[in-house]
Ligand binder design. Structure first.
Ligand SMILES: Cc1cc2nc3c(=O)[nH]c(=O)nc-3n(C[C@H](O)[C@H](O)[C@H](O)COP(=O)(O)OP(=O)(O)OC[C@H]3O[C@@H](n4cnc5c(N)ncnc54)[C@H](O)[C@@H]3O)c2cc1C
Length: 391
């Protein structure tokens, strides 16, 4: 579908504004009040997941023709920032699920789309993406999970790790080698939609610094039989492009989370700086604190504008890896810097679990790692610069 046709199937600006308004109210009523308790207990937010289903979040970017909300990337990014300003972790529940859905919608066969997308949109089937392995993260082409054809099935063997929704999700887009000897290596890679079942189990839930409550797990494939009809696009050798193509929206999402975290840290610090008194006045009146607040606000705003720019370009259907890379790089670093500055402004109380800033500080570094590390973002940005501006 071209960009104009996709645009005509999207909700109107007023409808998107209403959706954002509903999300803001939901965040204030249901998300913010439970964030601290669930994060500290590392407890899975089952009730929030049911509410997310009702809000349509599992179909947020799936087209309306398949039962999704069909939101623009611009609206989606705002929605993610709004949730992340209160609690970043729950956005992972639907974001990696939507990257799987996007791979099916963009590259799947008609049969795969009509079978899977409506069930993804309701959250009946939900999960995420399985790319990373114990021995391969950034260098995805060195994965070792293999799928070997056997009649009208493939047999999958291997281990994935760090997979978001790995415990509570039941369905994953799994990157494998169908031809481990292929050169270049990406020509031997394929993407399958695997549902949990015989030979596909959860290895272990991983304990983490931050991004708690949300399950990150190892997935083990031991002779798992996946129908050949679940090979995305029906053709071997396209999996790397299908997986990496989905990362543009993934990067906009991570960047939007960074905006949320940077903004949440700023808002908390701004409030605290006006309440906390030293030497007879609020610390917001000390210049050293003012400098921090000014830098924090500037970073949050610059990050927001970069994300808006990348999302708007994505919505036109144009290639936007430069813009998405810049947004992801800047917004994630802004989240890290703002959470650290908020810690300094809170002084000793930043170390207390009674305040949210310690959570921002633990959650923020993930944004520099997920959907391509920031080192790799710089390389992608530089390559694009050279391509777009040949000497
Ligand atoms: C909480 C969490 C959730 C995650 N969720 C998922 C998920 O749902 N699905 C999934 O598939 N993966 C997931 N991941 C994995 C994540 O995508 C990887 O951790 C990430 O891609 C980096 O891979 P790595 O950890 O193997 O680091 P490595 O690839 O080992 O990199 C280590 C360091 O070397 C740098 N580096 C590597 N190669 C180069 C190079 N050529 N030039 C310069 N620097 C380089 C990296 O930037 C990094 O700083 C998750 C990770 C975490 C922590």
């Amino acid at each position: 579908m071209n960009a104009a046709a996709a645009e005509s199937l999207r909700p109107s600006d007023e409808e998107e504004a209403q959706i954002l308004d509903t999300i803001e109210r939901w965040v204030d009523k249901e998300v913010r009040p439970i964030a601290k308790k669930f994060d500290q207990a590392d407890e899975y937010p089952f009730d929030l997941v049911e509410q997310m289903k009702e809000l349509g979040l599992f179909g947020a970017t799936i087209s309306q023709e398949y039962g999704g909300l069909g939101l623009s990337a611009t609206c989606y990014a705002r929605l993610v920032s709004t949730i992340s300003a209160a609690w970043m972790a729950p956005t992972g529940i639907f974001n990696s699920h939507l990257i799987m859905a996007q791979a099916v919608e963009r590259h799947g066969t008609e049969e795969q789309k009509s079978d899977l997308l409506p069930r993804f949109a309701t959250g009946e089937l939900r999960g995420g993406i399985g790319l990373t392995e114990p021995g391969a993260g950034t260098d995805l082409q060195s994965i070792r999970t293999v799928a070997v054809r056997d009649g009208d099935h493939y047999v999958v063997n291997g281990t994935k790790t760090w997979i978001t929704n790995g415990v509570h999700g039941t369905c994953f887009a799994v990157l494998v080698k169908t031809d481990p000897d292929a050169e270049p290596r990406h020509r031997g890679m394929s993407l399958f939609i695997c549902e949990r079942g015989a030979g596909f189990t959860v290895g272990k839930k991983l304990k983490k610094l931050g991004y708690r409550s949300i399950d990150s797990a190892e997935l083990v494939f031991d002779g798992h039989r996946v129908p050949a009809a679940r090979l995305v696009g029906g053709e071997e050798g396209r999996g790397f492009q299908h997986a990496v193509g989905g990362l543009e929206l993934g990067r906009i999402n991570v960047a939007a989370r960074g905006v949320g975290l940077a903004t949440g840290a700023l808002q908390d610090a701004l409030r605290y700086a006006q309440q906390r008194q030293t030497f007879g006045r609020p610390i917001a009146q000390h210049q050293a604190i003012q400098l921090k607040l000014a830098d924090m606000a500037t970073r949050a705003e610059a990050a927001r504008l970069l994300v808006e720019q990348a999302a708007r370009k994505y919505d036109t259907g144009a290639r936007c890896d430069l813009e998405a890379g810049m947004a992801k790089l800047y917004a994630s670093e802004a989240a890290v810097s703002n959470s650290l500055d908020a810690m300094r402004i809170f002084g000793g109380y930043s170390y207390s679990v009674d305040y949210d800033v310690e959570r921002y500080y633990r959650d923020a570094p993930l944004m520099c790692i997920g959907e391509g590390t920031n080192e790799m973002q710089r390389i992608i940005i530089a390559r694009q610069l050279v391509q777009r501006h040949p000497a």
